[in-house]
Design a protein around this ligand. Sequence first.
Ligand SMILES: [Zn+2]
Length: 208
Amino acid sequence: MSSVIYTFTSFTTSNSYIVKPFNDEKCFIVDLPPDLDNVIEFIKNNNLTVAGALITHGHYDHSLGLSIFEGKAYINLDDEFLARNPQDQIRSLLGNSFEVGEYTGDLYSISELPSEIVKVHKNPGHTKGSVSYEFPEEGLIFTGDFVFKDGIGRTDLFSGSMDEMKYSINNTFLNFNEEYDILPGHGPSDKVKTIKENNEFIKMLIDD
Ligand SMILES: [Zn+2]
């Protein structure tokens, strides 16, 4: 996993990753948590250049850092509404004590990413626009809140759907290369193969 050079876990428990798939100091940031300043400091201290931010889905614990991120942020535009309007999600989870504004800056479509370096898989279920980012050269897949080591993302919040989750498990997750590592949006990483064999939530959703 040498090309993931930094894993940052936010106070919200979401993971943000810095991955360096090029032969130079250019990197991608996977997900933009609210406390992104720690990630930005790491980038500065290590003289890295940011090629872009890859947002796995529009929930605030993965995208609120947009407000301080300077650079190109890529997202499946099906989740644009969520990323631009974190206030609804935060209000329903935390009440009115924490005020955030609407995000009005630029967002770039995942279709504009260089497909020879990063392959994007659409996997709706946790949210409508949830995606995984695969780096084939590195053998890495960043799944956001689609699949975790020991669970799957919840489907009862903000555009989630259990039917879509089941479809994505059977049509996206089962096609992942078994030798690759999954780096999820929360909790520890593991190999696709190990997760397929041990994750009870996934096993329950696999069609016979
Ligand atoms: Zn989420």
